[in-house]
Design a protein around this ligand. Structure first.
Ligand code: SF4
Length: 624
């Protein structure tokens, strides 16, 4: 079998050893790339039961087959590691040009273990790979760090991903990023901070091997044509993902005031036409993408006039707008700037702040304890609290541990208000309005997650019938029987991450799965059926579950915060909707997936069916 990229790089920071080996063909065969290959390596390289900040934790930067090719909207690589925030396996995918450049340097993936004695960054220049002193970079915000590295190397097209001060301070939801793209969730930035690893810088000038370039060209033109004719893609092009704020608010809604209410009456202030009245935006594209939904925003009026930041993308508005009640666009841009430049996941960071807002509303945490009174909608106080989190000052040091641990330290009454699953902060999406969303939040292997898979396309009527078998939009209140379409839809989403497809156009079925598989064949020379593709997704999910099982996670961790699980939505377009029988839904999902009903682990026979006998032996013991 041909491999789309020839080498892998393993770096041991403790021993300062760099090893370049041929890419393992079994990884490409069974997992394709991206999230799948990263997951398998993390399973193999991370010893069971270690603390996530232990030097033996390994972080894998994995590219995917579509990266670095002319395929439109296939730029996404994935970073996989044991999460410093949740203790589960975690994965964050990132667009931009980084994964493309790594492939152009000849690498399918980089796995980094150990801990450097002093701050370093990894410089990859084809076969020349070096650990370089990052003493002068430590403490720098991400854009400065990126520019300094480019200046030091004397090459302005070096691609960099790294951490900001929040990662160095091991804030548990610190991300890995560059100045325009962000791998949020799970605290990969904290892990790099613990390893004294400031950044990876890549010079890649080769050409990614393509088996049939003319066929790939034809498919790429087809996809670009479909993109040109698609109204939602036009919305992405002109307004970024925030162009969907109104559609999502009116259809699905968000959890206003930390899910206490639905139907935020001032939410309209964060609809795209109102945002655009207060800012100027420039668009940025990931490698090979004609959409260019990335944005640099400059505030043109109000208290935050002149503030300039990458983003905010839609989720920042949902989390800081609806969940925290902030309607000042300038304040949300400022919050996004603080998060992006200091290396904090802008979405996760909203939850500890919203939790403080609710705890203070209910008199459970005093202003003396926090050092700042944060009322619903108070942008300035939120900014102050966020700065305390990034620098771990005062109560910020407690919040920097993540909302679950902060609540454990603050008393049982506050724990009930902490919106998380497995320690991962819950985003503002209204999880009760359709039941697939509830299942996603509860069962996602990295903890609460909106896009694994996201229910929005299904709610919009984009049904992916060849995958889900759905012929019409499911009733949002239906609980019984949804697992039969939900399971393959989830596996399709995860397989797309293995392939490198961008979620945004993918939500609207552009590219179609047929086009993706044909492109994969044109790039690698390997044919893959839809059934095999979904198996890659299924195998990856089962590996992630096996990792969590080995760490002691069980069915009791596949749950939801009390408010989401037991209370109905109060107000808004989905007023009264609630989850009726979560346990029955979970039973069905487990049965459909081949997970044990009591533990939630993939069964021995399921693992065997997927070719994971070694994993079954490790989890269940060898059969005599
Ligand atoms: S749609 Fe946006 S995020 Fe996706 S590849 Fe294109 S520019 Fe990047």
């Amino acid at each position: 079998m041909k491999v789309s990229c020839e080498k892998m790089l393993v770096v041991d920071l403790t021993r300062e050893k760099i090893k370049i080996t041929p890419m393992r063909s079994d990884l490409e065969q069974d997992y394709i790339g991206g999230e799948g290959t990263g997951t398998r390596l993390v399973w193999e390289m991370v010893p069971a039961g270690i603390h996530p900040l232990d030097p033996k934790n390994t972080i894998v930067f994995a590219t995917a087959p579509l990266n670095g090719t002319m395929f439109p909207a296939g730029p996404r690589g994935t970073i996989v590691f044991k999460s410093p925030e949740t203790g589960t396996i975690s994965m964050s995918n990132i667009g931009g040009h980084w994964a493309a450049r790594l492939k152009m340097a000849g690498y399918a993936l980089v796995a980094i273990t150990g801990k450097a004695k002093r701050p370093v960054y990894l410089f990859i220049d084809h076969d020349r790979v070096e650990l370089r002193n990052a003493g002068a970079l430590w403490g720098k915000p991400i854009p400065d760090m990126e520019q300094t590295i480019r200046n030091q190397i004397g090459d302005q097209i070096i691609e960099v991903v790294g951490i900001g001060p929040a990662g160095e301070n091991m804030v548990r939801f610190a991300n890995i990023a560059n100045s325009v793209r962000f791998a949020g969730k799970g605290g990969g930035g904290a892990l790099m901070g613990a390893k004294n690893l400031k950044a990876l810088a890549v010079r890649g000038s080769g050409t990614v091997h393509c088996h049939d370039i003319w066929r790939l060209r034809e498919i790429s033109f087809e996809i670009m044509k479909a993109m040109e004719q698609s109204p939602p893609i036009e919305m992405l092009k002109t307004g970024s993902s925030a162009a969907f704020n109104q559609a999502v608010a009116e259809l699905q809604d968000f959890g206003y005031k930390h899910f206490q209410e639905g139907g935020f009456k001032y939410g309209y202030k964060l609809y795209i036409e109102n945002i655009k009245r207060q800012v100027k935006q420039e668009h940025r594209a990931c490698y090979g993408c004609p959409i260019g939904c990335g944005i640099i925003t400059k505030v043109t009026r109000g208290k935050f006039k002149g503030t300039e930041s990458s983003g905010p993308m839609a989720e920042a508005y949902w989390n800081w707008g609806w969940k925290c009640g902030i309607t000042d666009v300038g304040a949300i841009v400022k919050i996004t700037k603080l998060c992006n430049e200091n290396g904090v996941c802008v979405n996760s960071a909203s939850e500890p702040v919203a939790w403080v807002m609710e705890c203070q509303q209910k008199g459970l945490i005093s202003t003396e304890e926090t050092g700042v009174r944060v009322r619903w909608g108070d942008g300035a106080a939120s900014i102050k609290l966020l700065e305390m989190i990034i620098t771990r000052k005062g109560f910020g040091n407690v919040l920097a541990e993540g909302v679950k641990k902060a609540a454990e330290m603050s008393g049982p009454q506050t724990e009930e208000l902490a919106m998380h699953v497995k320690g991962m902060e819950l985003d503002a999406d209204e999880w009760r309005q359709n039941k697939a969303s509830a299942l996603t939040a509860a069962t996602a292997e990295r903890g609460a997650s909106v896009v694994r898979p996201w229910g929005f396309p299904i709610d919009m009527g984009v049904l992916f019938p060849e995958i889900t078998g759905l012929k019409e939009k499911p009733d949002p209140d239906q609980e019984e029987g949804i697992a039969s379409w939900y399971k393959p839809y989830k596996e399709f989403t995860i397989a797309s991450n293995c392939m490198g497809v961008c979620l945004y156009p993918g939500l609207f079925n552009i590219p179609t799965v047929k086009q993706t598989l044909e492109a994969y064949s044109a790039i690698t020379g390997r044919g893959l059926t839809l059934k095999e593709y979904l198996k890659v997704g299924e195998r990856t999910v089962c590996m992630q579950r096996a990792f969590n099982a080995r760490e002691g996670f069980t069915r009791t961790d596949d749950t939801l915060p009390r408010r989401i699980l037991l209370e109905p939505i109060k107000g808004g377009p989905n007023d009264g909707r609630r989850i009726r029988n979560f346990n029955a839904m979970l039973d069905e999902y487990y049965a459909e997936s081949g997970f044990d009903k009591k533990t939630g682990w993939p069964t021995r026979s399921k693992l065997k069916e997927l070719g994971l006998q070694d994993v079954a032996d490790e989890l269940y013991g060898k059969r005599k």
